[in-house]
Ligand binder design. Structure first.
Ligand code: NBG
Length: 841
């Protein structure tokens, strides 16, 4: 149905067009209006929650006005769009970000103050949107910010989980998971009850030849689940462009089937159907870098992919262009293999629904998709069992077999007689049961494959995807080193530092062109500047110290060296190496004379991060950290010299407090295992140094900031394989200092040693896969260098200034521009002057 207003009535619409507020008075008016009408409360009944709600609604109104204009502009321009498909968007809080991006935070601050509230308290009311596990989901969120800030016509597509990542509680030193029901009140989303897509599952395929002799396949039967769109506006920084993140929510189809049940009195079972359908988008799988192959996860993936592609294709069809133009209008980026079914789904739409030839369709498909790989860890590479696929998505399995057949035929032509090669690269693994290798499918169905840091992109070419480089040539594979948005991770998280930088570089321009930070180099030895710089770091540490006190009860000295490792708990990230190092430090302190102790730099070792609920080793590491803290923190011999803190429920909003407060942060994965890491970038950008291995983006960070400004240690990626081999087949003697640490653990110094047997055993008896012992000595030595370096504060501060000055490369804006140029072939859409944006510096 045409829903457009007829020409004669449009003047009235224009006259009464919604106008976003720009002044403080208008903002207050909006807040009060929302309190008194939308929320049905009053000044006698307005707590901080209500004030948060009203302020958010006022900003939401603003965003949605710009969102509308942006969408109209993009539709009218009809240029190529990017669709970023990600099962995770770790957005964190929206209000602070919205206020800063539209440049109206100061107005909001004054306005709220006049209405009786402190802006910080209001910001703190917001529940994080935690629709992600870790780096992969947060990267997607940074990319949305950059795409909007750079005026790219771009949408994110994801799932609207009812439960985001669980809340972590620490009870008696153990992790306990609590569901995160975050949708109770979410002012940032717009339900689009008019945008509903039917998604089919199960059923069977009927094949026949039509009159023209053409083979036709019909997927029929099975069940239908409805996908409803929820839109979340994504404001760019200092631009009217407001892009869209569309999240799908599942509901049962209330079709004839339901009515039958209802009429026959089977009401309960029709409610059960409803609930079963709703579970599809109910919960985010809490695994980071781990694939569990659960049917419901595959259902989530298809549900999301099918709804998104239906939406994308529908939009394309409105333009009435030829199908061959599809890839000129649309670029779809696959964030890891989770959306790989989109390749199959588009092929299915083109051949089964739109009647294109296989080859014609396949050319369109491969020119449309790009695939980003985020890990080489074998346990994280997705595989789906063929029988499971056959049952859930019978037509898709057929298409996958066809894709594989044509692919293997082309391999056979290129490498005649190489049967091993065919077995190695086949999309179907000949195991029991057979498995679909999603990464291989993603490579075959995309025109570009990228890794997320140089080392990682090299590794995928020489290890897991080696054969594909031979088959497709090296140009199909590329690197786009990850980045972070300086808006959230500097301006929002560290406002004082942002202000200082602005005052020295001529305003907030650096937030849009991070290379401007270079100008700070000339202040690296400037006494006044260094003093201010150091004061800001200290203030951020005081803030974190207060937070630690209020959440853990432990008092830490803000003048101590803050050593932070916050990220998902994983053996490859080696929090165990860190805590063993802490225990070593504890032993060292205990053995010192009081005179020697006086010379040691006091340290606070801060940990944070969630373990996947089923990952026992990771949970054991958390347990050990907490138990070590319980002993060390109350040992009078130690006092301020060492404190060990585990921060509960690490998430994006907590990261905004933690990141600006580091002196050093730890990025100490076994070389070759961390694809990139992104918190390493955030910490350096906030004036902290790094202790790290030669892994992921640490390597490029070193290249940019200079090796004098980073503490690198440990074995190199190229040596890992040989070391592992020696562990298993040669002699494996543990580092003597690590043995002392283990002896202390085994003496029950940190509670019943039995609880940690699996952890120490994995290193002593089971091959030390992550090379903890091999890197231990180098780690301890490097930590001593950190102690020494920290004593010379003048030099330390200079190092941190130089580092920040050289971090421009790691902006996610650089990253998005690289994707746009090398993979998507899209241009930003310039914006006119029509916006009512606030102009706040
Ligand atoms: C993670 C890597 C990180 C990387 C992020 C973002 C997965 C599968 N991979 O090193 O472990 O920074 O992706 O690219 O979550």
């Amino acid at each position: 149905v045409e829903a457009s207003i007829p020409e004669p009535q449009r003047d009235a619409w224009k006259k009464f067009q919604a106008k976003p507020f720009v002044s403080k008075d208008d903002f207050e008016k909006e807040v009060v209006r929302h309190v008194e009408t939308t929320l049905a409360r009053s000044m006698f009944n307005c707590d901080e929650t209500a004030a948060y709600a009203a302020a958010s609604l006022a900003f939401r109104d603003r965003l949605i006005t710009e969102w509308n204009r942006t969408q109209q502009r993009q539709t009218f321009a009809d240029t190529k769009r990017v669709y970023y498909l990600s099962l995770e968007f770790l957005m964190g809080r929206a209000l602070d970000n919205a206020m800063l991006n539209v440049g109206l935070k100061n107005i909001a601050k004054e306005g709220l103050s006049e209405l009786g509230f402190r802006i910080e308290d209001i910001i703190n009311q917001e529940h994080d949107a935690a629709l992600g596990n870790g780096g992969l989901g947060r990267l997607a969120a940074c990319f949305l910010d950059s795409m909007a800030s750079l005026n790219f016509p771009a949408w994110g597509y994801g799932l609207r989980y009812k439960y985001g990542i669980f809340k972590q509680e620490i009870v008696d030193g153990y992790q306990v998971e609590v569901p995160d029901y975050w949708l109770d009140f979410n002012p940032w989303e717009f339900p689009r009850h008019d945008i509903v897509v039917d998604v089919q599952f199960y059923g069977g395929v009927r094949k026949y030849q039509d009159e023209a002799g053409k083979n036709v396949a019909v997927w029929e039967g099975g069940e239908i689940v409805k996908a409803t769109a929820y839109d979340v506006p994504i404001p760019g920084f200092n631009t009217p462009t407001t892009n869209n993140m569309r999240l799908w929510s599942s509901k049962a189809a209330s079709g004839e089937f339901d009515f039958q049940k209802f009429n026959s009195g089977d009401y309960e079972s029709s409610v059960a159907d409803q609930q079963r359908a709703e579970t599809i988008s109910a919960v985010l799988y809490p695994n980071d870098n781990l694939d569990r192959g659960k049917e419901l996860r595959l259902k989530q993936q298809y549900f999301w992919v099918a709804a998104s592609l239906y939406d994308i294709v529908r939009r394309f069809k409105k333009s009435k262009r030829a199908w061959s133009e599809f890839p000129d209008q649309i670029a779809i980026q696959l964030n890891d293999t989770h959306p790989t079914l989109a390749i199959v789904e588009l092929q299915r739409i083109l051949i089964d629904m739109e009647g294109l030839d296989w080859d014609e369709a396949w050319t369109i498909v491969t020119n449309t998709f790009g695939y980003t790989n985020h890990t080489v860890l074998p346990e994280a590479l997705e595989k789906w069992s063929v029988p499971l696929f056959q049952n859930l998505l019978p037509r898709h399995l057929q298409i996958i077999y066809d894709i594989n057949m044509f692919f293997l035929q082309s391999v056979e032509r290129k490498f005649p007689g190489d049967r091993d090669m065919l077995g190695r690269v086949s999309i179907i693994e000949e195991s029991q049961p057979k498995m679909v290798r999603m990464a291989f499918l993603a490579i075959v169905g995309s025109h570009k494959v990228n890794g997320v840091a140089e080392l990682h992109s090299d590794l995928i070419k020489t290890t897991i995807f080696k054969d594909f480089v031979k088959i497709f040539g090296p140009d199909k594979f590329t690197n786009v080193t990850n980045g972070i948005t300086p808006r959230r991770w500097l301006h929002q998280a560290n406002p004082r530092l942002s202000e200082l930088i602005a005052s020295k570089t001529g305003g907030l321009g650096f937030l849009k062109d991070l290379n401007v930070l270079n100008e700070l180099e000339k202040f690296a030895d400037d006494k006044e500047f260094k003093k201010e710089w150091a004061e800001i770091k200290y203030a951020n540490k005081v803030r974190l110290a207060k937070y630690i006190k209020s959440t853990t009860g432990v008092t830490v000295n803000p003048a101590a060296l803050f050593d932070i490792q916050v990220k998902r708990i994983h053996e490859y990230k080696r929090q165990q190496l860190n805590i063993f190092g802490v225990i070593h430090r504890y032993l060292t302190i205990k053995a010192m004379t009081p005179e020697e102790r006086k010379k040691l730099a006091p340290r606070v070792s801060i940990f944070g991060g969630k373990a996947a609920p089923g990952y026992w080793m990771a949970k054991t590491i958390i347990h050990l950290i907490n138990n070590v803290g319980a002993v060390v923190n109350k040992d009078p011999d130690v006092g301020d010299l060492l404190k060990v803190i585990f921060l509960e429920d690490y998430n994006v909003s907590k990261a905004e407090i933690i990141t600006p407060a580091s002196d050093v942060s730890e990025h100490i994965s076994t070389a070759g295992t961390e694809a990139s890491g992104t918190s390493n970038m955030k910490f350096v950008l906030n004036g902290g140094l790094i202790i790290g291995t030669c892994d992921g983006a640490n390597i490029e960070i070193t290249r940019e900031i200079g090796e004098n400004n980073i503490f690198l240690f440990g074995n190199l990626a190229e040596d890992v394989e040989d070391l592992r081999h020696t562990h298993n087949y040669g002699s494996h003697t543990l580092d003597p200092d690590l043995v002392k640490v283990f002896d202390l653990i085994k003496s029950n110094a940190f509670g019943d040693a039995g609880a940690f047997g699996a952890l120490t055993g994995s290193i002593e008896d089971h091959g030390d896969y992550y090379l903890v012992s091999d890197d231990f000595h180098s780690y301890i030595q490097t930590q001593t260098l950190v102690d020494e370096a920290y004593k010379n504060q003048e030099e330390w501060i200079t190092k941190t200034i130089l580092s920040v000055a050289r971090m421009g490369f790691f902006s996610s804006d650089r990253c998005i521009n690289e994707y746009a140029e090398m993979i998507w072939n899209v241009e930003p859409l310039p914006v006119g002057k029509e916006s009512g944006l606030g102009k706040e510096e």
